[in-house]
Design a protein around this ligand. Structure first.
Ligand SMILES: Cc1cc2nc3c(=O)[nH]c(=O)nc-3n(C[C@H](O)[C@H](O)[C@H](O)COP(=O)(O)OP(=O)(O)OC[C@H]3O[C@@H](n4cnc5c(N)ncnc54)[C@H](O)[C@@H]3O)c2cc1C
Ligand code: SF4
Length: 329
């Protein structure tokens, strides 16, 4: 590791001023991703701005029924929050499917959103990687790409977005709150992460000097009937091969509303709006769930070692929908 300086900000203003005065500084939340990247010289900030003392640790219900989650709420606290468990079980389950209890006790909401890919070539500085070193090439496209994406890939990068929490937030149409020297703004969660295209090093639309302060989850009564299913090589401490966050509103056996988002398959948390639409006014049957899964996965592109993913992803979607919709035939 290399030398760097460290300061602890006491207010949002202090944190924003500090990052504005040093273009090589980074905020540090739980540090569970950033410190690993620094140890491997993949990220080399000259200054760390510790934001863990900021007043961003509350989970509040707003007058309009939306839930506002402070950027520093730890993943464990969010997962076990009574309101989240009752109103948005998919979010609680997604959080609990991620990492390990120790990591979840440290990881923050904003840090989870900004965590970087787990592509093994990204972490191996001896190998070319366009995301780490733009223009150097992608070792995964013709390499060992079993964990890699099948949706949203480009000829520059096929890495998955690794977060479980973000899959649920994509399904729930979350809104990200941001503060900077220029004031406050919000970004729809679905517009926050970027597909790699020609610039895989650019992973999201956060600008230099911006601090994520909160994530807002819009009220969605039918999200109380939701779940998250994650398929992985080990039951704990492992990233998704495929995952699905789903919610259904069903009246008299007929689907009124649906939400579907996928993890482990996309270069960003992957929302499937066309598949959701295909379920409206249909019966909650295995056949209809299967047809919706086909729509969700119609644009997949597989690589040498991940050709199993479309089938696995399809079963994951069907299984998640059956869990909350029942199997009616
Ligand atoms: C062994 C291991 C297994 C894991 N398994 C999983 C898994 O199965 N599923 C999963 O989803 N995750 C998994 N993770 C990832 C883990 O969830 C992330 O490391 C964690 O969520 C990051 O949060 P943090 O607060 O520690 O972020 P940090 O490491 O502190 O920060 C990450 C990035 O966010 C930036 N940042 C932090 N807060 C803010 C803010 N408020 N505003 C602007 N920028 C900010 C930092 O500058 C940094 O660039 C795993 C991690 C490890 C080490
Ligand atoms: S998939 Fe992306 S992160 Fe992995 S080696 Fe290729 S460019 Fe790098």
């Amino acid at each position: 590791m290399y030398p760097f300086t460290y300061i602890k900000a006491k207010t949002n203003k202090e944190a924003i001023t500090a990052i504005g005065s040093n273009s090589n500084a980074k905020f540090i939340g739980g540090g569970t991703n950033l410190i690993d990247l620094m140890k491997m010289n993949i990220e080399m900030p000259q200054q760390l701005i510790d934001i863990t003392s900021l007043d961003l640790k509350k989970i509040e219900t707003l007058p309009n029924g939306n839930i506002k989650i402070g950027a520093l709420v730890r993943n464990s606290d969010l997962a076990y929050d009574e309101t989240i468990m009752q109103k948005f079980p998919m979010l609680s389950k997604a959080l609990l499917a991620g990492a390990s209890p120790q990591l979840r006790n440290m990881a923050t909401t904003a840090g989870n959103i900004l965590q970087r890919t787990r592509c093994s070539y990204f972490y191996d500085t001896a190998m070319p990687c366009n995301k780490r070193e733009p223009g150097s090439g992608c070792s995964a496209i013709k390499g060992y790409n079993r964990m890699h994406a099948i949706l949203g890939t480009s000829d520059k990068c096929i890495a998955t977005h690794p977060s479980d929490m973000c899959v649920a937030m994509a399904a729930l149409d979350a809104i990200i709150h941001i503060e900077s020297a220029n004031g406050e703004r919000t970004i729809n969660f679905l517009d926050f992460h970027l597909v790699p295209g020609d610039t895989p090093e650019k992973e999201n639309v956060l600008q230099p000097g911006e601090l994520i302060t909160a994530v807002e989850i819009p009220a969605l009564p039918f999200a109380s009937n939701s779940t998250y299913i994650k398929v992985r090589d080990r039951h704990s401490y492992e990233f998704a091969l495929t995952s699905a966050a789903v919610a259904l509103e069903i009246n008299d056996g007929i689907i009124q509303n649906a939400r579907i988002a996928l993890g482990g398959v996309g270069t960003k948390p992957w929302r499937c709006k066309e598949a959701e639409q295909s379920l409206i006014n249909k019966k909650a049957t295995a056949d209809n769930f299967s047809a919706a899964a086909d729509i969700a996965l119609k644009d997949v592109k597989t690589f040498q070692y991940n050709a199993f993913k479309p089938k696995l992803a399809k079963q994951t979607i069907i299984s998640a929908l059956q869990t909350i919709g029942g199997n009616n035939g």
